[in-house]
Design a protein around this ligand. Sequence first.
Ligand SMILES: Nc1ncnc2c1ncn2[C@@H]1O[C@H](COP(=O)(O)OP(=O)(O)OP(=O)(O)O)[C@@H](O)[C@H]1O
Ligand SMILES: [Mg+2]
Length: 469
Amino acid sequence: MSAPLRGRRLLLVEDNRALRRGIARALAERFQVVDEEGDSDRAVERLGDPGFEPYDVVVTDLRLPGAGGLAVLSAARERDERTAILLMTAYGTVEDAVEAMRLGAFDFVQKPFELPELEARIDRALGHARLLGEVAILREERAQMQARSRIVGSSPALHAAISLAERAAPTRATVLVTGETGTGKELIAGLIHAASDRAPGPFVKVNCAALPETLLESELFGHERGAFTSADRQRIGRFEQADGGTLFLDEVADMSLATQAKLLRVLQDQQFQRLGGSRLLHTDVRIVAATNRDLQSAIATGDFREDLYFRLHVIGIELPPLRERPGDLEALSQHFLEEFALEMGKPLRGLSEEALERVRAHAWPGNIRELRNVLERAVLLADGPQVGSAEVGLADATGAPQAWRPGLPPAGLPLAEIERAVLMEALERSAFVQKDAASLLGVSRRKLNYMIQRMGITHPSWRINRSVH
Ligand SMILES: Nc1ncnc2c1ncn2[C@@H]1O[C@H](COP(=O)(O)OP(=O)(O)OP(=O)(O)O)[C@@H](O)[C@H]1O
Ligand SMILES: [Mg+2]
């Protein structure tokens, strides 16, 4: 008999008690834990119980009382893809074998068998599982590197944020990412997910500002059929969809106080109910939240719950505005230029010195998203080997926005026309994302939305029923 496999855990599922006891006794020398079940439903329950650590090996009979060996197999697979699964069967038909392999079994033993044969097959399966584990680790590392390489910039402020994100990633701690609009909060949230052991699981995003209260709650928690007038079907919420992964709550400050209270409850006990439902559902979700609002003052005005703030702000990552990291401007401009040049099939080399001057002189109220939009437009307009200052189109270097002085319009041009022209310019520069246009103009989104409706401006990307972006 080979050396004991220290720290290994095995689950044995077999309804023939004598056989089960015999195998268990033989394997007990080599495994630290050998658990036994005589019924497939109980085995499935045990495998699905988050209170138990996953098993390294599951050996199961195929014909069993309850849902059967294939159900045990899928439950083990679902719990942990690295578990080595072996089936024992007296009815080793080809169909059973094919189905079991498709569901993720590693091997088969046909009854009757000698114990050494079973042990040898377990060893092989464990070797295979170890390889699978290594592949999974490599895959995670690659995803992490890819996520990391999409974040451009070398300023110390950005690096501090990235390094904090990478240190927070492997923990379960809730992270609150703050920063002005367009500073890369969503990008950082994605990095936290990619660098965590949840990377193979889902990354689910909810924009809390985009939906009114009831719809947001049904988006988050799901609903049962008939929960409210338009709920004609059951709906699985984002918390359930994100099970085993990361839930990104964007614009978390824009939630009603009632929804904040519900969210707090889920964060406290990882349990929730679908709207109109009575069953308590368990969810294993890591939360990353983001906001461009000042939560402290929202707390002071009673618009945000302080207890929820502390729950979310276990780790806080603050992204500096672009104007505070001028050192990143050139690399970011070059990065976006390359991105769009490739997309539009233009052989552009870079930005001219004058174009760069304009980029440096601008205040970037819309931050990196604004820079990206400006470069998209510039690449579209460019027809030389370089992007010039005309294509960049920002005020020239001497005219920073603060110093801009509007001239008088041509005689007879109504003020409303000027307002409309400025609004259109802001919308075009921000690819019709209302929120970005609002920050370019220095008005609230509500105000911008009001102006847009008053002037009757529409754009195909704006969905009906969603007036605020
Ligand atoms: N450091 C960076 N390197 C490369 N691209 C970046 C970087 N930071 C942000 N971006 C890009 O800028 C755009 C805006 O970033 P993101 O959506 O993450 O901002 P945000 O902070 O979530 O903004 P908002 O508050 O408006 O939601 C995205 O296209 C993103 O990929
Ligand atoms: Mg965002």
